[in-house]
Design a protein around this ligand. Structure first.
Ligand code: ATP
Ligand code: MG
Length: 574
């Protein structure tokens, strides 16, 4: 490709709307342009990167026996009504009607459609396992589309669905996909980690991992063990109760006046006690049903754990102030567990019942109770692990203090079990002619998000540093001065030879100053750059520069093609 002909509009300025570096660089380097919030056009270089990631994904899916299909983006509402998800999916789903007022959605995911296909086509155990996948646009009306390709409303996903005879078969399919995902992200040249993730309250037969590309800008927080392979999304990471040593009070609990002290910090300071002596009492509203939730004052409540523990509400949120007033007779900052109404369920993290003398809200304005003893002075109806894990806590596997990292979720593997096969009646006949439900798994890779994640992990002040495996082109040739016939001729010859050697090369044949060409080459992030200049050429040499290290070396003209070819070949080997 010739840069003079390439639609590659680079920008010097950082576009104001782009917050994260991948978004900024994809706009600046001319990879994408915005069509609407969270909806983008891929320009030629952007599309090449995308196709390379897709191809890696496709090869690894095929290697595991996956068969590629292509399902429609537009999906009939009936199927979604059959599984009950038409109502559950909420505002994230793009919905539309045809001229006959039949309802459709733009597919946010394809469990319904694939299960419908399989229930129609699979009869016998002999047809299983079946691994079907596609690479296609998905549509989700995200509440906050942002960060460019990272969280789009239209984005590209690879989704594979596995159909097995039983749980053992599912475990095999799951392991295959787990392995394939490791290979995919390694082949993309990325530093990643599979982490245990939250399966949700209705997560089928359980078991799910997210694949995280580690980067500061990641939206997800993960904890990992530096000594063993334990790693988990903080949403999921199990916490062990860690009691604080404290003496139980000798007498009854007492009411104290705490004017103006509402938050944990304010109360702890006012009474001069550590936060570990306080209990956070939160009134929650799950689809209209109220619960009182207790965690120790220094801990953060994990709402995902709470929702799972309570059975999975569609909407779980802190109760509105007027509901708090109705139920507890006070404002939010004064809620506590002593003397709560009979019917109100009290749910606590196990650390609460291990506390000795507690400070908590007294359910009246500007007052708290002190020396409250769990069990003696208030009831706990159910205990669940409800808190957020903290850095430095012991690894649940080996006891080493955990560390924290930020990650971008680029993929997820998920055991669905029979959730969808049951709802849609996808069955097969086993060896004995008995009808059984297919056992399913689903496995997604965010192809376009992976492209963004690769940039988040690989960039510097000058631009993108593509891992060679997914770079739009491997190498750029920059003739320094096109008016010099020998320079221009050599550059053209190299361009032709590299092409013949299987190296993806571009030649910057624009009539621009060398500085401009170098800047653009760095911004776009070509892994290798060959500079052809008259001075080195006089010695029969050209300059070869590696974008990643910034190292340059002078290489004999006669050898440069073979050297570049070898470098590329080695990087692509897997
Ligand atoms: P998230 O928690 O980030 O919203 P998700 O759990 O809803 O993602 P999945 O349904 O598991 O996503 O989709 C599979 C993969 O698709 C994700 O791992 C992610 O890489 C990608 N993905 C999901 N939502 C988006 C989006 N809005 N834009 C780009 N990629 C996305
Ligand atoms: Mg996910």
């Amino acid at each position: 490709m010739r840069v003079s002909k390439l639609l590659n509009p680079t920008l010097r300025e950082v576009p104001a709307e782009a917050e994260v570096v991948s978004h900024q660089l994809m706009l600046r380097a001319g990879f994408i342009r915005k069509a609407a919030a969270g909806v983008y056009t891929y320009l030629p270089l952007g599309l090449r990167v995308l196709k390379k990631i897709e191809q890696i994904v496709r090869e690894e899916m095929d290697a595991k026996g996956g068969q590629e299909v292509l399902m429609p983006i537009m999906q009939p509402a009936e199927l979604w009504k059959e599984t009950g998800r038409w109502d559950v999916y909420g505002d994230e789903m793009f919905r539309l009607q045809d001229r006959h007022e039949r309802e459709f959605c733009l597919g946010p995911t394809h469990e319904e459609l694939i299960t419908d296909l399989v229930r129609g086509e699979v009869r016998s155990y002999k047809q299983l396992p079946l691994l079907l996948y596609q690479i296609q646009n998905k549509y989700r009306d995200e509440r906050r589309p942002r960060f460019g390709l990272m969280r789009g409303r239209e984005f590209i996903m690879k989704d594979l669905y596995s159909f097995d005879r039983d749980e053992a078969g599912l475990a095999e399919s799951y392991d295959k996909m787990y392995d394939a995902y490791c290979r995919i992200f390694s082949r993309c040249g990325l530093t990643y980690r599979p982490v245990e993730a939250d399966a949700g309250a209705i997560g089928g037969s359980g078991g799910t991992h997210e694949f995280m590309v580690l980067a500061e800008s990641g939206e997800a927080a993960v904890v990992y063990c530096p000594a063993c392979d334990y790693a988990a999304n903080v949403e999921k990471a199990e916490c062990r109760p860690r009691p604080v040593k404290d003496n139980a009070p000798e007498g009854e609990y007492r009411l104290v006046h705490t004017p103006g002290a509402r938050t944990i910090e304010q109360v702890a300071e006012f009474l001069n006690v550590p936060k570990t002596r306080l209990v956070k009492s939160l009134l929650y509203d799950g689809d209209g049903k109220l619960f009182l939730v207790l965690v120790r004052g220094d801990r953060e409540l994990n709402e995902i754990k709470l929702n799972n523990a309570l059975g999975g509400f569609i909407s779980l949120k802190l109760a509105e102030p007027h509901k708090v007033l109705e139920t507890m007779g006070c404002e939010v900052g004064s809620v506590g567990p002593v003397g709560v109404p009979e019917g109100l369920k009290v749910i606590a993290d196990p650390e609460v019942s291990l506390m000795a003398g507690i400070v908590c809200g007294a359910n009246q304005s500007d007052h708290h109770y002190v020396d409250v003893v769990p069990g003696r002075d208030f009831r706990i109806d159910q205990e669940f692990d409800l808190r957020m894990i903290e850095v430095g806590e012991e690894c649940p596997k080996c006891g080493t203090p955990l560390q924290e990292a930020r990650g971008i979720e680029v993929g997820q593997v998920f055991k669905l079990g029979t959730k969808y096969s049951k709802a849609l009646n996808a069955t097969y006949l086993d060896e004995n002619g008995e009808e059984k439900l297919c056992v399913m798994g689903c496995y997604g890779v965010g192809v376009s998000r992976t492209m963004a994640a690769a940039i988040e992990q690989n960039n510097d002040a000058d631009g993108i540093i593509w891992p060679l495996q997914i770079a739009p082109y491997h190498c750029i040739i920059v003739p320094v001065n096109l008016k010099d016939a020998q320079v221009a001729g050599t550059a053209e010859k190299l361009y032709a030879e590299l092409g013949q050697a299987g190296v993806e090369a571009v030649i910057d044949d624009r009539d621009e100053r060398p500085g401009v060409k170098f800047k653009d080459a760095d911004l776009v992030g070509y892994p290798l750059r060959i500079t052809v200049g008259s001075k080195a050429l006089a010695n029969g040499q050209v300059e070869l520069r590696t974008r990643k290290t910034g190292e340059t070396e002078l290489v004999a003209l006669a050898e440069v093609v073979a050297l570049v070819q070898k470098t590329v070949k080695e990087a692509l080997e897997h």
